[in-house]
Design a protein around this ligand. Structure first.
Ligand SMILES: [Zn+2]
Length: 75
């Protein structure tokens, strides 16, 4: 039914498929945990914000006056 993908006791390492170690659950080793973390971080950064573009544009105009990231301030 509502299957826990990692299992409660021993699951498989989602990275390499080996049995997960308790210390590194759900991974089998710190290395695999690191790999997953890196993937997650990259994915988080890589995901674009489709609904944010409009807000960004408006924010950019406003932010310019505030001097946020404004290298072109000559006044
Ligand atoms: Zn692994």
């Amino acid at each position: 039914m509502a299957g826990d993908p990692f299992g409660r006791k021993r699951g498989k390492c989602p990275i390499c498929g080996r049995p997960s170690e308790q210390d590194f659950r759900p991974f089998c080793s710190r290395r695999c945990a690191d790999v997953d973390l890196t993937r997650w971080l990259r994915g988080a950064y890589a995901i674009p914000d489709p609904g944010d573009s409009e807000e960004r544009a408006a924010d950019a105009n406003d932010g310019a006056k505030d001097g946020e990231a404004g290298p072109d301030r000559s006044q």
